[in-house]
Write a protein that binds this ligand. Structure first.
Ligand SMILES: CC(C)(COP(=O)(O)OP(=O)(O)OC[C@H]1O[C@@H](n2cnc3c(N)ncnc32)[C@H](O)[C@@H]1OP(=O)(O)O)[C@@H](O)C(=O)NCCC(=O)NCCS
Length: 204
């Protein structure tokens, strides 16, 4: 890459604050980022959308009762993106969905890699009761959709692989954005990466 890689120690996860609105709008107003995230990430990212988004993502859930945890990604003294953990329910409550994004000016410097590693460590070391963190990487490439569209999924896949996630499969037509179906690549990491498969175990 042309960019210099950042020192991972300079990448920190911080709770969102109202003062992040301007940077959030500036970095988040990007169709290629929106295309790869769930619909709660708005496009266009207007001032009212930023206020609404922050109101939903500044939370005070503690580590016992959490249902979602959202962090701003900072590199030194700059806000660069966001990372989000959302707990599944019922028998899936041992699992959290991870989503992440980095603003375009900061792409290719290893910021997502450092942030995903930090968020995964937070999920397993601080949040209680999680056994699994998973991510759905959308595939909008021509092979998936039949239409050449948007950025590839390779960067996100690389980030996850660097953070110890394993590709578990392709979910066909698992996302709808802009009137178009996309596949999703399911990546997951278990708390105990060496945990034996329970595929043949029967519940008592
Ligand atoms: C995916 C995304 C988070 C990557 O952020 P990033 O900070 O640039 O990621 P990193 O620099 O840590 O790693 C990117 C990897 O892609 C590679 N890459 C290739 N071309 C690249 C490009 N044009 N820009 C950035 N990275 C590129 C990098 O080399 C790196 O791989 P490597 O570590 O093996 O060299 C960012 O592109 C983004 O926000 N995309 C939209 C949202 C999204 O797809 N989120 C993931 C799904 S939840």
């Amino acid at each position: 890459m042309a960019h210099r890689q950042v020192n991972p120690a300079d990448v920190t996860l911080r709770p969102w604050t109202l003062s992040d609105a301007e940077a959030l709008m500036r970095l988040g107003d990007d169709r290629d980022i929106w295309l790869n995230l769930r619909d709660r990430f708005p496009h266009p990212f207007t001032a009212p959308a930023a206020d609404l988004w922050l109101a939903e993502h500044i939370d005070d859930h503690d580590v016992m009762t959490w249902s979602q945890k959202s962090f701003a990604i900072w590199w030194r003294d700059e806000l660069t993106g966001g990372v989000h953990l959302e707990r599944r329910e019922n028998v899936h409550r041992i699992c959290a969905d991870l989503t992440f994004w980095v603003g375009r000016p900061f792409w290719g410097r290893g910021i997502a890699r450092a942030a995903v590693r930090a968020a995964t460590a937070f999920a397993f070391d601080v949040l209680l009761g999680l056994e699994r963190v998973q991510t759905f990487v959308f595939d909008w490439t021509v092979e998936s959709t039949g239409v050449p569209e948007g950025p590839g999924y390779a960067e996100a896949a690389r980030v996850l692989e660097h953070a110890g996630y394993t590709l578990e499969g392709r979910l066909r037509h698992y996302a709808l954005k802009g009137g178009q179906y996309g596949d999703a690549l399911l990546y997951a990491r278990l708390k105990s990466a060496s945990a034996p498969s329970t595929a043949r175990a029967r519940p008592r």
